[in-house]
Unconditional design. Structure first.
Length: 53
């Protein structure tokens, strides 16, 4: 039992996964804010491209 506890303290795999999760969440927040800020412009651009096709 003590060996398992010591091994858990030394392993950093869970910490790495948590860091990747935080980075992914940060990228998602930035993407959402960007789409919200440029929403009307993106919509206009898509409409223009669609009408020309």
């Amino acid at each position: 039992m003590l060996n398992k506890m010591a091994r858990l303290v030394r392993e950093e795999e869970g910490q790495g996964m948590a860091e990747y999760g935080l980075i992914l969440a940060g990228v998602a927040v930035v993407a959402i804010v960007g789409f919200k800020a440029l929403g009307l412009e993106i919509d206009t651009l898509i409409d223009t491209v669609t009408s020309k096709l």
